[in-house]
Ligand binder design. Structure first.
Ligand code: MN
Ligand code: MN
Ligand code: MN
Length: 287
């Protein structure tokens, strides 16, 4: 695909540095790219520099975590002003919250006989690329493998880090309304990320989309990587019904993973693409 509006770098939980993500996307034929790291703009400067060198059209992106209906959900923001005070403030709070969470995960693992977990996770993270952001659970998982506490990443999540486990430390996230409002104040185009990934009933998913529209959202991420075609079909129906634009992306995190840059199922042709709204040559305060 020539458009990819969802991917991650070492600025959050991806395995490749921002410049490497842009280069890889370019090599794979992506012409319009948004780097959407979790709750940070840290990777954007580096991504912009490489995009300019390669002639890739880059769009500012971010994937914000927030709460709705007792669940943590993700909202994607695009083509915003990086220097908007509301966005800067929200990201600073999330940054601090992620560090507090990482410290708590470290303490809990340490109490279970796995010393040096925070420093170890940080070392894993820094080997991938320099980042001022807190290490995330995948970094802790790799540390646990390295230190011999588990045999692989899957076991790390199954025993220690997965949902409901000791290392699944909850963070205080903004509400959906707050996250959308923050993005709107920065002039962003806003898409509800992977609406199928949440363990919701059909009616709860509809309610989420209705509330997202009410809050001021613009688009649904109708396609997230290689999710089953029937899910894409259902999300397309919802996008039509609610009059939402469609966004799409690979949600790439690492090579050899379940996703790859520029790879996702086709977007139904009758939907209005969100990316048609991005102004060509959009530059940002990050540049
Ligand atoms: Mn991620
Ligand atoms: Mn997500
Ligand atoms: Mn993502």
């Amino acid at each position: 695909m020539e458009v990819d509006l969802h991917c991650h770098s070492t600025a959050s939980d991806g395995a490749l540095a921002p410049a490497v993500v842009v280069t890889r996307a370019h090599e794979r034929g992506v012409r319009l790219l948004a780097l959407t790291d979790h709750d940070t703009l840290e990777g954007l400067d580096e991504a912009w520099a490489m995009a300019a060198a390669l002639g890739v059209q880059l769009v500012n992106g971010i994937e914000l975590s927030c709460t709705w209906g007792g669940a943590t959900i993700h909202v994607l923001g695009y083509a915003f002003a990086c220097d908007a005070p509301a966005l800067r403030q929200a990201i600073a709070e999330l940054h601090d919250g992620r560090w507090l969470r990482a410290e708590e995960i470290g303490r809990r693992l340490e109490a279970k006989g796995m010393p040096g977990a925070l420093a170890g996770a940080r070392a894993v993270q820094q080997e991938l690329g320099d980042s001022g952001n807190a290490p995330a659970r995948p970094h802790f998982a790799d540390f646990l493998v390295r230190a011999g506490h588990v045999k692989d990443r899957a076991e790390a999540f199954r025993k220690w880090l997965g949902s409901g486990k000791l290392g699944d430390v909850k963070q205080h996230w903004p509400t959906l309304e707050q996250a959308v409002d923050t993005l709107r104040q920065a002039g962003a185009w806003i898409s509800l990320a992977h609406p199928w990934h949440y363990d919701f009933t059909r009616s709860k998913r509809r309610k989420l989309i209705a509330d997202f529209v009410q809050a001021g959202g613009h688009a649904l991420e109708v396609v997230n990587g290689m999710q089953p075609a029937e899910q894409v079909g259902c999300l397309a129906i919802l996008a039509r019904e609610f009059g939402l634009l469609a966004s799409a992306g690979s949600d790439f995190h690492a090579p050899g993973d379940w996703s790859e840059l520029g790879m996702y199922r086709p977007v139904p042709e009758d939907l209005s693409p969100l990316w048609a709204r991005f102004q060509h040559g959009q530059q940002s305060a990050a540049n």
